[in-house]
Design a protein around this ligand. Structure first.
Ligand SMILES: Cc1cc2nc3c(=O)[nH]c(=O)nc-3n(C[C@H](O)[C@H](O)[C@H](O)COP(=O)(O)OP(=O)(O)OC[C@H]3O[C@@H](n4cnc5c(N)ncnc54)[C@H](O)[C@@H]3O)c2cc1C
Length: 335
């Protein structure tokens, strides 16, 4: 039997391991499950995307959360890095921890109210492994939102990477981009560079909001510069408010591609139940990460972001995940 079982070894699951090590618990009582152990989406999907936070922010957050960590990094603190660097850092820092690693997909977890334990089933190729644990931590990540509008779509992780996008599109084709926040802006720039005719739809009053104007999750760095160029007419794109239905229908006519850059939804890779009665893995408390419908379970990371101090926005950076998990860890260990 394990004390804690973590589902997902992205930056959140790996941060959780580091924080548990820092708390001094016996790490042989911890189990972590992931099909890849590559560091999650920052390593797998958003590899080449430039971080919108400087390296110092990630390092400072790690040092604050885990003071005993020896962080040996050659990267200049003021620089931003491709996102894969953050995943590499956390993977390297956590690789020597003596936890049980199971390489597979956790498909189902059932809580038994009599024994007060979770039984977690993991599919590994054609076999299944069963783990019994007292507490469950979900960190399965998220997938981009999408719609069903019968136009071929380019996955966001491809559209955001110009070298991969160029293999998909042809000069003179027409693409629709839904969303003009950070990733939508990068996608617009990539499509225009590839010679594609772009129409972008936004669902707020203005197409762009900038961090420099004090907007909580406004765009910054590279995306902010691109938005400036779009507004100045240096990057040609037709911007359409999504509530203008007739214009949406008119402009979407004969599009070759659509790209959805309109936020994320939590991955639904695991089913939860209590005494075999199905429960939602998605309902949780945004302040402490506790799942609502099941006991002894928490959710962290991009799939379970924490409420920002303003109580309106959600915090979705590695630094924010670390700070949030650190605040919950004593409750998690004592309950
Ligand atoms: C385009 C983009 C840019 C971003 N830029 C930044 C940035 O600049 N700075 C920053 O700090 N943050 C950034 N983020 C936010 C955040 O850091 C990332 O979303 C990060 O990938 C979240 O990590 P995670 O561990 O929660 O999820 P993921 O990285 O998605 O990891 C989840 C892991 O869980 C595994 N998994 C899922 N289901 C199961 C299952 N049932 N069983 C076992 N394993 C499972 C997956 O294989 C995966 O490895 C960005 C996000 C996006 C999308």
């Amino acid at each position: 039997m394990k004390d804690i079982c973590i589902i997902g070894a992205g930056v959140t699951g790996l941060s959780m391991l580091l924080l548990l090590q820092e708390s001094g618990i016996d790490m042989s009582n911890v189990c972590i499950i992931d099909p890849y152990f590559d560091g999650g989406d920052l390593a797998r999907k958003w590899t080449a995307v430039q971080s919108n936070t400087p390296w110092s922010k990630t390092i400072q957050a790690l040092k604050k959360a885990c003071p005993s960590l020896k962080i040996d990094s050659q990267i200049e603190l003021e620089n931003t890095t491709p996102l894969v660097e953050i995943a590499h850092l956390l993977r390297n820092l956590s690789k020597s921890l003596h936890v049980k690693r199971i390489q597979g997909i956790a498909t189902h977890a059932d809580y038994n109210t009599t024994t007060q334990t979770w039984t977690v089933l993991t599919k590994i190729s054609d076999t299944e492994e069963k783990i019994i644990c007292k507490k469950l931590v979900l960190a399965p990540g998220s997938e981009p939102n999408y719609m069903d509008i019968s136009i071929p779509s380019i996955p966001l992780e491809i559209a955001i990477d110009i070298s991969r996008l160029s293999a998909f599109v042809k000069k003179g084709q027409k693409a629709l981009v839904f969303g003009t926040m950070h990733s939508g802006t990068l996608v617009i720039r990539n499509l225009v560079q590839a010679g594609v005719d772009v129409t972008a739809y936004y669902n707020s009053v203005e197409p762009f909001y900038w961090d420099r104007d004090g907007v909580y999750d406004g765009i910054k760095r590279e995306a902010a510069d691109i938005a400036d160029d779009i507004v100045a007419g240096k990057i040609p794109v037709e911007l359409v408010p999504v509530h203008d239905t007739s214009k949406v229908i008119r402009t979407s006519h004969s599009a070759d591609w659509v790209i959805y850059a309109m936020g994320f939804r939590p991955r639904s890779t695991i089913q939860l139940s209590v005494d075999t009665v199905h429960k939602s893995p998605h309902l949780y408390n945004g302040v402490n990460g506790k799942l609502n419908e099941v006991p002894a379970a928490w959710g962290f990371g991009i799939a379970y972001p924490n409420l920002a101090p303003d109580g309106v926005h959600w915090d979705v950076s590695v630094a924010a995940f670390l700070e949030h998990i650190q605040l919950q860890i004593s409750d998690l260990l004592s309950s």
